[in-house]
Design a protein around this ligand. Structure first.
Ligand SMILES: Nc1ncnc2c1ncn2[C@@H]1O[C@H](COP(=O)(O)OP(=O)(O)OP(=O)(O)O)[C@@H](O)[C@H]1O
Ligand SMILES: [Mg+2]
Length: 254
């Protein structure tokens, strides 16, 4: 069953005189993990901002669980392109934000939920630290814990690991797959890293043209659980090359 559906969605920024998203339709099954790839500036983050309601489409409908998002609340967790922890709040206060926004939790309950969420992401004992006392990878995990506490089934992760060094990045990828399998969420994941897309996704949604009229869905020929060893299989390496080619063609067409 589709969790998310785009039906002929268009969007135009005021500064432009054309639709950057032009009649886009696609759907995402419940429990799936899709990466979205496409060249810089093609409109990937714009798609996320329409899903989470920060931007309102000019035309078309976006549905979650069959209901237009205009009539829904709390249906997605969003992790923006930068980790966006508020520097003046402790890590615990940052992670508690979705609970404060929802309301109805005592301070003690919030503290307990936050401690559990932090321990889930390997940050036990960090609640009282300030964000700038954490490493980049730790901040990303804190931001992820906050995204999880929205309690939503649909998670939108916009280049969450792009600022991390290679080793931290691959351990975060493995960790994210574990979280996904454990919490049974539906994840949309924007990345510029083709190998990351192949490693994580059930299928990759590629932007092949701008303005975005469609997304090409390319299945990843491997099941779960995944290990990095999967990446060495010949069908996986050829998929990686195919995706690089898709991006190259788009750069040339610009
Ligand atoms: N608030 C805005 N007003 C006007 N134009 C904007 C605005 N935000 C983004 N754009 C433009 O819309 C286009 C798409 O932006 P978007 O952030 O969706 O791209 P992206 O695919 O996420 O790129 P990147 O991979 O670099 O993050 C870009 O050309 C950008 O300059
Ligand atoms: Mg972006």
């Amino acid at each position: 069953m589709s969790l998310l559906e785009f039906e002929n969605v268009s969007y135009m920024y005021e500064a432009d005189d054309y639709d950057i998203i032009d009649g886009l339709s696609f759907s995402v099954e419940k429990g799936s993990f899709h990466s979205i790839i496409g060249i810089s500036g093609c409109g990937k983050s714009t798609i996320f901002k329409m899903i989470n309601g920060l931007l309102v489409p000019k035309a078309g409908t976006i549905k979650v669980d069959g209901v237009s998002i205009e009539n829904r609340k709390d249906y997605c967790g969003y992790m923006p392109q930068k980790d966006m922890l508020f520097p003046w709040r402790t890590v615990g206060q940052n992670v508690a934000l979705p609970l404060e926004i929802k309301g109805g939790y005592s301070k003690k309950d919030r503290r307990e939920i936050v401690e559990n969420a932090l321990s889930d992401v390997g940050l036990s004992g960090c609640a009282d630290k300030m964000p700038d006392e954490l490493s980049g990878g730790m901040r990303q995990r804190a931001a992820f814990a906050r995204t999880m506490l929205t309690g939503s089934d649909l998670l939108l992760l916009d280049e969450p690991f792009s600022a991390l060094d290679f080793l931290t990045r691959i351990s975060m990828q493995e960790w994210l797959l574990e979280q996904w399998e454990k919490h049974k969420k539906t994840i949309l994941f924007i990345t510029h890293d083709v190998e990351e897309a192949v490693f994580l996704s059930g299928s990759v949604l590629a932007v092949t043209e701008t303005p975005i009229k469609s997304l090409a869905e390319i299945k990843v020929p491997a099941g779960y659980p995944r290990t990095r060893e999967c990446l060495t299989h010949s069908d996986m390496t050829s998929l990686r090359e195919e995706l690089i080619e898709v991006l190259r063609r788009q750069v040339k067409a610009e």
